[in-house]
Structures are given as C-alpha cells and as structure tokens.
Design a protein around this ligand. Sequence first.
Ligand code: UD1
Ligand code: CA
Length: 453
Amino acid sequence: MQLAHIILAAGKGTRMKSRLPKVLHPILDQPMILYSVDTSVRVTGRKPVLVIGHAADQVRETVGDRADYVLQQEQLGTGHAVMVAMPAVRDWADAVLVTYGDMPLLRAETLRHLVQTHADTQSTITMLSVILDDPHGYGRVLRDDAGQVIGVVEEVDATPEQRKIRELNAGIYCFDAAWLDEHLPRIQPSPIKGEYYLPELIGMAVAEGRRVTAIPVDDPQEVVGINTRVHLAEATQIMQRRINEQWMLAGVTMTDPETVYIGPRVQLAQDVVIHPQTTLYGETTVGEGTEIGPQSYILASTIGRNCHIRHSVVEYAVLEDDVDVGPFAHLRKGAHLAQGVHMGNFGEVKNSYLGPGTKMGHFSYVGDAEIGANVNIGAGTITCNYDGVRKNKTIIEDDVFIGSDTLLVAPVRVGRGAKTGAGSVVTRDIPPYTLAYGVPAKPKRTLSSDSES
Ligand code: UD1
Ligand code: CA
C-alpha cells in the first residue's frame, strides 16, 4: 500500500500569542513540527506533505527538504487544506494519513496501528478518537445504537445533547485515497463558520454505506494539540520524560531525571551517568561510562568514554576519552580535547586542539591554538588571539610548561619542551627546550631535553 501523509500546519496559532508561528515553537531543542515530520518518515518511509500558510516561508526554511510543501493561501478549513494538498499525492497514493502539525506527541506506533486497522477493516475512513472529561473545543463523534460511527459534529454546530458526548474527534485520519480525492470537492461550507470541514466526509461515507472506523487512543496526551504556551510546557515535560525513560531503559543512570533535558537527536552509550540540572541538546553523542553534571549544558558535541564534566558548558566541541572538565569550564565551537586532557575551573577553550594528557587547571583562555601532548598550562594563561583585526594562532608544542599568568601574544609558537616563567608576556617564538620569561619574554637559558630521551 502506498501511504501518503498530509500534515496540516497552515493555521496561525493565535493563542500562542507569539511572533513565531506555532509549529516552530520548540519542544526541548527542536521545533514541534519536526517531531511530526520525523514520526511521519518512520511510518510512511517518505516525506510528508506539509500544508503551510501562515508564516509559510519561515516554516519552509526551518523544515527544509525534510518535507514537501503545499501552500494554502487562505485558511478556509481543514477540508480545504487537504483538498489543496491532493495534487501532491493523488497520482500515487492508495491511502492518505492526515494529522496536524501541532501534535508532536503523536507516536509512530499509534499511526501504524491506525493504518493497520484501516487495512484490516477495509474502511474508507479510519480515525482516532479520544475520550476526555472536558470535551470543549472538539468535534463530537456520533455513533448509532449499534455503536457504528455515523458522523462528527463540530462543537459550534452541535446540539446541547451532542455537546455532552465525550468521545471526540482527534483530527487524525486514514483515508482511502481515491475516495478522498473524489469527495473533498463535495464538502459544503459550514453554515455557521463558513469553513470546509474535513470531518464532513465521515457523514458522507456513512451515507454511501461505506465503513468508517474510529479507534479511541490509549493515551489522550498523544493527540492533544498544542494551542497555548501552557500546553507547550506540558508537552515539553511529557517529551522530556519519554526521552529520559527511553535512555534509562537503555542503561543510562539519571540521579534526578526531572531536571535532565535531552534532545531527540542525542545518542548516549550504556553506563552514562547524568546528574541533576543537566541539558544535552543537538546532535550530541556521549560514550560509555561518562558522567555529566550536575549543572551542565552540552550542545552538539562529541564526548568520549569515561569523561567527567561538572558544572560546565560544552558547545560544538569534541572530547576524546578520559577527559575531565570543570567545574565552570566553557568549551566553545571547535574545541577538541584529546585523550586524558584535564581542564579545571574557569577555563575557556575555543577553536583549539589540546593534545593528549595536557593539563589546564585554572583560569585560562585558549583560543585558536594548537597545543601538543603533555603540556602544562599554568593558572591564568591567556592566548591573546585577537589583535582587533584578525584572529591569530598560537602553537604550543609537546611537553611545554607554561608558567602561571603567561600571556601568549599570537601569532606565536612555543617550541617543544620550552618553559615560560610566571607573568611572562610572550611576543616572539620561543625555541625548543628554552626557558623564557619577562615582559616581553626573552630566552634566558636552554633546558635539558633528558626527560624526553
Ligand atoms: C478540528 C476538527 C475537530 C477535532 C479537532 C481536534 C475540523 C473542522 N474540526 O477542529 O473535529 O475535534 O480538530 O483537534 O476539522 N488548518 C489548516 N488550514 C485550515 C484550517 C486548519 O492548515 O484552513 C490546520 C491548523 O493549522 C491546525 C489544524 O489544521 O493545525 C486543525 O485546525 P483547527 O482549526 O484548529 O481545527 P479544530 O477547530 O481544532
Ligand atoms: Ca485545534
């Protein structure tokens, strides 16, 4: 069966009270629409068709080539929205899924079950319903005495009796594609709102003696659309819990999962430990046995095995195995710490490589630098990488000892095995195995390279 998926996302989302279109509001680190798009791909194996309208360019820019798009110029109702999307699917689809872009919690398994039921029951329309104590805002599912679905009535059009019905239309459907295509143009605008209602099709199918099946969802949370920032916060919490539970079941320890936030694209190995108030976002991967937190923020970074990161911020960085960071370290874009690096309190590293075993214990800034193996970077060392115009490079070779409070005025190179005295201002290259100090630093004597041989 060729399965198409149309996601309706043209509406404004007025109740969000935001400049940002509703479907671009993030759940954890990802715009909510991308959850729907990802789920769609998992269910159908292909890109969904997004119906966009309000802030269409912004939505298209964010989602990119992960979806195909249809523009609905005017939001004339859910039936109209699906109708404008039909040209994108009618030539090839046997069945058409329809969902909304504001339901990020909808699971792939739930959609698969819908599609499977659709096939098994040979229904013309298979839909999800939801049973809620408060039916406000939803279309009511109408059933006959035998329990067969006979239609959906919108709240505004419902009689007081119908309004009491608690089985509600979730807005998630699987349609026979040819039947859908033929019947969409027959929807008449609602006399009250003037909109073309998609659920009108249910009554039409029933009138033609076709089968319509409604499946109540197990978990109402999955199908509650996000309309306000209160819903957004609730959905974020549910997603957070889902992701955390998935990782805990996969062998990750979280000492306080309520305060741990992990984005959907993060990958964690077994025996990772995450301490309280820690966030891992973007395409971050963490190797076995690594401990992160408390109070750490990791973005789009690759972290090796048996690392330890405490009270620190790590963004777009690479940490090899056995790296120890923090408390209060900041690793910025392009920081690469090789195996066994120790980076202690109040350090900042940007666009720099620190070789294996290098230590940078206290209060240092390293930017645009290439640092070899087993270098000691004394407290308060600064690479003066920016001269006001250009970013310049600092090179420190293996086994160098940088004395406390050294300023390295880039571009500059410190040769292998060299040493700087405390408080040096290094403006010129230091040859290998040379002690230099002073302001500006001058070579004072040659050091033995015995330790090295
Ligand atoms: C709809 C259903 C209702 C159901 C409820 C579940 C209709 C007429 N009613 O009502 O039975 O209980 O969903 O949430 O379908 N959209 C477009 N273009 C449009 C209109 C809407 O893309 O022209 C999109 C919106 O962005 C939104 C979704 O479709 O994501 C639902 O539209 P909305 O107007 O919120 O429908 P409801 O009133 O919630
Ligand atoms: Ca809605």
